[in-house]
Design a protein around this ligand. Sequence first.
Ligand code: NA7
Length: 541
Amino acid sequence: MTDTTNTDFDAIVVGTGFAGIYMLHKLRNELGLRTRAFDRAGGVGGTWYWNRYPGAMSDVEGFVYRYSFDKQMLQEWNWTTNYTPQRELLAYLEAVVAKHDLGRDIQLNTGIVSAVFDESRGVWTVGTDTGESFTARYVVTALGPLSTANIPEIEGRDRFQGRIVHTGAWPDDLTIEGKRVGVVGTGSTGTQFACAAAKVAEHLTVFQRSAQYCVPSGHGPVTEEYVAEVRAGYDRIWEQVRGSRVACGFEESDVPAMSVSEEERRRVFQEYWDKGNGFRFMFGTFSDIATDPAANEAAAEFIRSKIREIVKDPETARKLTPSDLYAKRPICNPDYYEIFNRDNVELVSIKENPITQITPTGVVTEDGVEHELDVLVFATGFDAVDGSYKRMDIRGRSGVTIREHWEDGPTSYLGVATHGFPNLFMVLGPNSAFSNLPPGIETQVEWIGDLIRTAEENGTTVIEATGNAEDEWTETCRQLADYTLFPKVKSWIFGANIPGKKNRVMFYFAGLASYRLKLDEVAEAGYKGFDLHASPSLTAA
Ligand code: NA7
């Protein structure tokens, strides 16, 4: 192992969600590096620490929304429902940390605010919001692609006298039982929250900007026999997951929608509607829902027909019915459209009737109506992917900041590294695979771990993605995205949800299997696209 410099740590990991926990395990327990992980939160868990809003759960089925690396835990960790609620996910991640004795190298309540690279030594200096600073040869950012809240500027927001909250920072003492609740936003989070809140709030007002395509989740209890069967089949399950596109644990269709009769299409859509799950509906029914406009319209029209069937009030049904492409991240819930048949739930289309201001007692819409509220919930999403990087002062070679480097939109090589920022690795950096996240995270953590291990063994002290490799990867991702319908609608996947943010590709759309092949290819070619130097000073050229 090289020890050319005297640093506080060999490696620093930023974040302790799914990615940071496994990265710390990999670097410390498997590679033997002196590693410390930091988190601004008061506990580990990342997304699953912060998102404690009523109804919060993963909407990818739980049997594949976990790590595959710990085979013993796969056999021992128990579950009782097919989707995993936030509390259980947090308990699971805490158990992984405890089992692998990671807690002693995790520093909580400590946000990383800066990371500056010293070219002459090949060392990063990382600064914290507690005023400390630490040096390390490697920094791995595991910031989470959805962790910097997007809160709209609405006049009067500070005047509201009830509780006002973003779903990504839900306080433990806030309950909504028996209260008048308003929610702005109808994405995965807003619809999930609405389904839960409808049943306990005195009154729920859903402020909808865009109508959503939503399919049933099929959420419910699982039997002990099912759990036993999954456990016995895990080797095969993970192999299938890694060999698939969206890695959600179901077989993806290879049948184009228009290759079958209309009657057959409807039968298939109905079958998958009954099974539940958003990703399965989009990628399991037919092969081209996300790529062929006609196939997409067939799926969209099926969902629209369900809205007409389910929602009793025609005016509410009209407002709930989307007319654009079905090309955002697919979402599912137990009974989203059904909640609008309840007397205590009201839908306000803020596209037709915008919010004009927030008053001390509620929200006023353009028609002059004041919607009186005790709790106002922003389920308005996140400054995705690069948002969490831009709020840190990250400086690479020649003092160039990551904000400058990403002025035209976030880029990377393979989603894990970026030119000019040597020895800085990202888990779920820009243009990582668009897939179920835990298998995507494991793929990257293992690959970064192998790269660092190789560097340590070979005496390489500086690892840097080349500018050419980064440009080519960005172009590949752009072309793949353009082959899909996703860039044609406005969503966080392309940064279109943040006012002023440039609309840029932020994911690799060819799927996890193809992404893994690409990573293998790069590693086998001696980490093609990376400059590997034995001496820091060589990078100055
Ligand atoms: P999303 O999917 O970005 O959804 C945010 C929602 O908030 C969406 O309905 C937006 O409407 C709405 N929104 C955003 N900004 C505003 C403003 N300024 N005014 C009114 N409404 C607004 O975030 P989620 O948290 O639901 O989900 C993010 C990911 O987390 C999800 O895909 C999963 O991967 C987990 P819009 O549709 O843009 O018109």
